[in-house]
Design a binder for this molecule. Sequence first.
Ligand code: ATP
Ligand code: MG
Length: 336
Amino acid sequence: MKKRILTGDRPTGKLHLGHYVGSLKSRVELQNEYDMFILIANIQALTDNFNNPHKVSSNIIELMKDYLAVGLDPNKVSFILESDISEIADLTIIFSNLVTLSRALRNPTVKSEIIQKEGEFEFDKISIGFLSYPINQSADIAAFNADLVPAGEDQESIIEQSREIIKKFNKLYGEILNLPKIYLTETPRLVGIDGTNKMSKSLNNTINLGDSEDELKSKVMKMYTDPTRIHKNDPGHIEGNAVFLFHDIFNLDKDEVKNLKELYIRGKIGDIEVKEKLYKVLNDFIAPIREKRLALDNREDYLLDILRDGTKLGKKIAHETLSRVRDSIELNIINK
Ligand code: ATP
Ligand code: MG
């Protein structure tokens, strides 16, 4: 039997280069080898968008376009809408008994996301829903009994928490659930175009997989470089320079990158030229994705059908898992 993958995204915006290098690339590579489930986490997205459900609902179709445009094949992958799998909600409630309040408060990713949004970690600004999203995500993974979760570095602490929860559950009730592992790529975290530590939909520092040539050009041209460099002939710095970080990852011509770095360090080349080269590299990378994505505009019914089919299969699997979970904790009393 094939091993199972569960991974997913929050429908809070369009997918970007960080998603590609951190997770989409490995999904495309692994889709032949594994049973793959990709979850559109619209319930999780509501935990910090509860006042704006339209933002979440309208991005579902955008994610579907991104998935197919990067080469995920609906004949190999099941796409699932989280809000239609009520078993995940049931499992979230069950799992919440296995997490202490202090453990929930200690998750470093949740902590930094709260500080990023609110400016501080204040109890009266944190909803129970947001604080417990790692429990909900553990239920996403466990409901599909996944073996592997391809995700970015920011997810390490969340998957670690999922493993703790599942281990505790299995210790109490027997080997009911698989213990999942994270699958990291060689680039588990891409910086934002502003040079901050993570490209993120909610930080407005992304290059999206569907960006037009003009959008891409203007984003690359305003990318963070070396703040100490005022004139073109000042010696430049490579470390922490987003333009070179992107060259390292996306430019396949390694000799060109080496040469650009040498010239930059010696003050022999300007930011604009290095950025123009990067624009070309990124545009070559994005162009085929953009084209496929555009061809999916106005094909909403087709995309929703794929999502409907995947969700139907997902529901069946989650239902099977939940009935084993319910048995083990003696909930199947009137429905034996
Ligand atoms: P949001 O700001 O709404 O949280 P996001 O940009 O962080 O959005 P998610 O939907 O939370 O995107 O993440 C989906 C997947 O992509 C996760 O596995 C996450 O680790 C990965 N990912 C997101 N951003 C990056 C990045 N900059 N580099 C590498 N992987 C990333
Ligand atoms: Mg995120």
